[in-house]
Design a protein around this ligand. Structure first.
Ligand code: SF4
Length: 76
């Protein structure tokens, strides 16, 4: 699963949304988020992000961001 972090805030450059084959990006309050259960881990969005805000959840200390992405992809 790929996850959006706070480097996205105030960016909302949407090239990532356009390339996602399963449309699992959602618009949060001030940033985009990825629904962690819908993401198929294809990785095509990651190089599209100019803010380097899309990271795999296998990186350290990502639990907080996984939950954040899940919460906002459902609420907004
Ligand atoms: Fe969509 Fe693939 Fe990015 Fe997951 S890794 S959000 S499926 S483009």
């Amino acid at each position: 699963t790929y996850i959006v972090n706070d480097s996205c805030i105030a960016c909302k450059y949407t090239d990532c949304v356009e390339v996602c084959p399963v449309d699992c990006f959602y618009e949060g309050e001030n940033m985009l988020v990825i629904h962690p259960d819908e993401c198929i881990d294809c990785g095509v969005c990651e190089p599209e992000c100019p803010a380097d805000a899309i990271r795999p959840d296998t990186e350290p200390d990502m639990e907080k961001w996984v939950e954040f992405n899940r919460k906002y992809s459902l609420e907004w």
